[in-house]
Design a protein around this ligand. Structure first.
Ligand SMILES: [Zn+2]
Length: 107
């Protein structure tokens, strides 16, 4: 099942044509927060360039980057994408709060 909160508007997905498959793993990518993640050969995966932003096991592929940092971009997110992501974050906060309230009031 796909929840509405998991979907992004078409503008957010429109990051342009995908680069050739043999080079895609070598380019740094940007997480939803606009922080770069670089492919580190000896780690065997993508590692966040800012340890204060994210520290953890390397992601073996772009899709393996933690969900908190998805979606990823080939370029820094533009204003429209940032706004969409912020709206998404706000919606998730409301959902989490609603869940908590529901649990508390039911319990
Ligand atoms: Zn991030």
């Amino acid at each position: 099942m796909s929840l509405p909160g998991d979907r992004f508007s078409p503008e957010v997905d429109a990051t342009g044509p995908a680069p050739p498959a043999d080079t895609v793993d070598l380019l740094p990518i940007y997480c939803r927060h606009g922080v770069t993640w670089s492919w580190v050969d000896y780690e065997g995966g993508y590692v966040c360039d800012d340890p204060a932003h994210h520290e953890g096991p390397p992601a073996t592929m772009v899709g393996a980057i933690p969900e908190d940092h998805q979606p990823t971009f080939a370029h820094p997110p533009n204003d429209a994408q940032r706004e969409a992501l912020e709206a998404e974050d706000a919606r998730r906060r409301v959902e989490r709060l609603t869940d908590r309230v529901n649990k508390l009031t039911r319990g």
